[in-house]
Design a protein around this ligand. Structure first.
Ligand code: ADP
Ligand code: MG
Length: 660
């Protein structure tokens, strides 16, 4: 049994029934099983004498069973009574509903137990303690050591996993993907040793060494793939763009605000990319409201001056409409075409095309696509991001995101991108004040809103779901709208918006033109929407949202020089995440907080973390990031010398591409 890719059902000791259960943990092969990492460890090394037991505390003792008896009560419950002895005394044990224990523990068995001890009838008593049977010449794997704890599922316990992983590790020998010279150079454990130390460490140093090796492996693949992609890009050719500085500067001077320093810096970084004939692949990252759109549109303008076409892709039709309106206003003599699922006729002579995914199905309209801009790019899968790209001449690509990405994580996810950051807000912005509002303060908030509306300010009221059919009793947006309109905001102009609203793209334009005061909406307005006079964002059932999402929603207000507010309505005002959010306005810190609590997959989506194999969250480990980067340079040059590694890289690569 040396092939770790065989199915678990074929393995000794596992069988059909457990294989089905293991499937729920995504464990299909023996490899999956040994790569099923512990989520934490319990230190059970501290075995004490029976005479030293501390009552009402957790104690670990070791001794010989001197009596054991299994009985059934009248209502067919099993009870096992036992006594255990060491050189210092006797303790009693009682196990409920585990009749199988007498199959392996008898009078004379040496065992270790761990549990809370009480004191009854003159003896310490352990109720249903954990146990581990001591066998000659066999290492203890459950107790009296640093014990690994796994994520469990129904029918599969940590104890079960431990013993199966142990027997697999004892029987197989994995061929190491990481070549020996690389292991030596970067001081990494051999894979079989690393896995043994991870699951059955002798000390805490074993765990960190094992984690380092396994984390190295995870990041190395991503780094190699990024590297290969970047190399591939360098072989492609794109249109060289000539920058007419005089015209662009004039355009910038005519804007009704002054660009921030970081906007100017980003534009310069973009200039130097697009002047070359290899395609730009740049991510413009900036917190909500930092002014990414104008940077993109200036790039579009330059490209237009070169008689090249520009495609701007956004995730929602509402946002497409908003960008379209904005661009039309800004460039009154450039032809701009909006493309959404509803578009019937397309003016192919247009220069700038702004649209949703619908752009992808109209690829043939492009004759000389010079620039692709993708807004809110985290909303698109990797495949979608690249579709507009695969044509004879490769366009320059500018992607934008407001979901801030911790720097190290960015490297992992977007390693093949160059990054520009807008780390500065336009001047005059006032920090949004955020309050957690318990149920009893609901009406006060409504009063506050009325006052603000009377002053000409606008309000978003956000509800998570649109229909009653949802299992959870969350505020239904339609009901809520009716309720607010009839009972609270009878004089105010209030309007409803959700995914199925007719003519939804225009509702926002009307809201922006101040035909309405209050917009009751679902999260479809989460990204990108820009309504400068809106000063209040009220969020129902706020605890339902991730912090990055809440931050995006909050970013819909505070876009002018008026004080803005974010009200988090919740039935759980003590929620940790909400508390942290209410005190923190920095998107990056919020993302890191969520990252630590929930892992990369949860925040950026599985297809964003791009790698379903990331288990060690090693992307936060700066040392690993650095050494893997160095190692890539060593490895890629001779990748064909390392067929095992090459094969692994191909596998990860094809999995990443198949996610969308
Ligand atoms: P985001 O980065 O979230 O996409 P937007 O591009 O929508 O932000 O910009 C937010 C608002 O700030 C818009 O109303 C925009 O016109 C305005 N804005 C952009 N840059 C500046 C600036 N340098 N000074 C003042 N306002 C600006
Ligand atoms: Mg935006």
């Amino acid at each position: 049994m040396n092939d770790i890719n065989i199915e678990v059902s074929k393995a000794y000791y596992i069988g059909e029934k457990y294989s089905k259960l293991l499937e729920k943990l995504d464990i299909l092969t023996l490899k999956d099983l040994v790569y099923y990492y512990p989520i934490r460890y319990e230190d059970s090394r501290n075995v004490i004498n029976i005479e030293d037991i501390i009552i009402n505390n957790k104690n670990i003792i070791k001794g010989r069973i001197i009596r054991i008896k299994s009985i059934y009560t009248k209502n067919r419950k099993n009870i096992i009574n036992a006594e255990i002895e060491d050189n210092t005394g006797i303790a009693k044990i009682i196990w409920f509903n585990q009749p199988f224990i007498t199959n392996s523990i008898y009078e004379g068995s040496e065992i270790i137990i761990s549990g809370i001890a009480s004191f009854e009838k003159g003896y310490p008593l352990f109720k249903s303690p954990e146990y581990d049977i001591i066998k000659e010449n066999k290492e203890n794997i459950h107790l009296s050591r640093i014990t690994p704890i796994y994520n469990q599922t129904k029918g599969i316990t940590s104890k079960w996993l431990r013993s199966r992983i142990k027997s697999v590790l004892d029987q197989i020998n994995i061929e190491d993907y990481i070549p020996q010279d690389i292991r030596e150079k970067y001081d990494l454990l051999e894979i079989n040793i690393a896995l043994k130390k991870l699951h059955f460490p002798e000390n805490f140093d074993d765990i960190s060494k094992a984690k380092r090796r396994l984390g190295f492996e995870e990041i190395l693949y991503i780094q190699i793939i990024s590297y290969l992609r970047k190399e591939e890009r360098k072989r492609r050719s794109s249109y060289k763009i000539v920058i007419d500085r005089r015209k662009v500067d004039k355009f910038i001077d005519n804007l009704d605000f002054k660009l921030t320093k970081s906007q100017i810096r980003s534009i310069n970084e973009i200039y130097s990319d697009i002047e070359k004939d290899i395609p730009m692949n740049r991510l413009l990252e900036g917190d909500v409201g930092s002014g990414k759109t104008i940077v993109a549109l200036i790039t579009a303008y330059i490209t237009h001056l070169n008689n090249l076409q520009i495609a701007i892709m956004v995730p929602t039709s509402i946002l497409a409409q908003q960008h379209y309106n904005y661009a039309k206003n800004l460039f009154n003599d450039i032809r701009i075409q909006l493309i959404t699922a509803k578009t019937k006729r397309i003016d192919r002579s247009a220069s700038i095309f702004i649209g949703t995914h619908a752009l992808l199905s109209n690829k043939d309209i492009f004759k000389n696509l010079g620039l692709v801009i993708i807004d809110e790019q985290h909303r698109f899968g990797i495949r979608q991001r690249e579709t507009l790209v695969d044509k004879g001449h490769y366009p320059h690509i500018l992607t934008m995101t407001a979901t801030p990405i911790p720097r190290t994580l960015a490297l992992g996810i977007y390693g093949d991108l160059d990054i520009s950051r807008l780390d500065q807000m336009p001047t005059g912005r006032i920090k949004v004040k955020t309050y957690i509002v318990p149920s009893e303060k609901r009406e006060d908030s409504y009063k506050f809103i009325k006052d603000r509306v009377a002053k000409g300010e606008q309000v978003f009221i956000l509800c998570p779901l649109i229909s009653e059919s949802e299992k959870l009793q969350l505020r239904n947006v339609e009901q809520e709208y009716k309720n607010l309109k009839e009972n609270y905001f009878t004089k105010e102009r209030i309007i409803l918006l959700h995914g199925k609203t007719k003519d939804k793209d225009n509702i926002l334009s009307k809201f922006k033109d101040k035909e309405y005061d209050i917009l009751v909406s679902t999260p479809i307005i989460e990204v990108g929407i820009d309504i400068p006079d809106a000063t209040i964002m009220l969020i129902e059932d706020a605890e339902r949202f991730g912090l990055a999402q809440l931050h995006q929603l909050r970013g819909r207000v505070g876009r002018s020089n008026k004080q803005s507010y974010c009200f988090l309505f919740t039935s759980n005002p003590d929620n940790d995440r909400l508390k942290f959010f209410s005190k923190n306005n920095d998107g990056l810190e919020l993302a890191e907080f969520d990252l630590l609590k929930r892992g990369p997959g949860e925040i950026y989506g599985k297809n964003q973390s791009g790698n379903p194999d990331l288990k060690m969250a090693s992307l936060l480990d700066k040392d690993l990031i650095k050494i893997t980067k160095d190692a890539v340079i060593d490895i890629v040059k001779v990748l064909d010398k390392y067929p095992l590694l090459e094969d692994q890289v191909r596998q990860v690569q094809s999995r990443i591409l198949s996610i969308n």
